[in-house]
Design a protein around this ligand. Sequence first.
Ligand SMILES: Nc1ncnc2c1ncn2[C@@H]1O[C@H](COP(=O)(O)OP(=O)(O)O)[C@@H](O)[C@H]1O
Ligand SMILES: [Mg+2]
Length: 194
Amino acid sequence: MNDFTQIVVTPGKPVQVKTNPTTYPLIGKGLQGAVFRLSEDRCVKIYSKEIYCLREKLVLKQVGEKSAIVPEVYEAGENYIIMEYLNGPSLQEYLKKSGVISEAIAIEIIDLIKELRSLQFMRIDFSLRHIFYDKNGKLKIIDHVNSFRIQRSFPKRLFKDLKQLGLLTSFLEHVNNTDSDFYEQWKKTLKTMY
Ligand SMILES: Nc1ncnc2c1ncn2[C@@H]1O[C@H](COP(=O)(O)OP(=O)(O)O)[C@@H](O)[C@H]1O
Ligand SMILES: [Mg+2]
């Protein structure tokens, strides 16, 4: 019988899937949980510790009420959340493949940052691996276990990921052209970093 509650996930770096008697395929795992695809448009994240589940539930619920930048939640338990499966690609995959960053994508990223600011998010930052296109072609951010715990107004992780792909300079050029206010805000901190 396909019962995802039979799946056992234990702590580790990344977490370990100890038992999976189901046929649901593993999509990915990280430090807090393992994600399995349940259907065409749903997946379940099973956490190694209930506290991680509680934290992510809180973020997804609070943010989801006001905004569409997080996956939709269908059901949640003590150690799992059934949420919208984002077919992707992730921005990391997309940009790696294309090798360039267009102005349109730079604007989508800026808009995402603006939305995080207007939602008064603690963490105005995300990894390219954690942003996905949804079925309507809108960007959504996953992995919110620590979103209310990390205080960060400068998108350090995002810049690191862009730099790794060789796209940071190009991204910042687009930012400067389309929203020089943003660029000015970042310029100072950037100088101290690179
Ligand atoms: N809603 C989702 N849709 C598609 N893929 C997902 C979704 N949630 C997670 N994933 C995949 O599973 C991986 C692990 O999930 P993540 O939330 O980052 O776990 P952790 O909190 O342990 O880091 C992600 O990097 C991503 O590849
Ligand atoms: Mg993760």
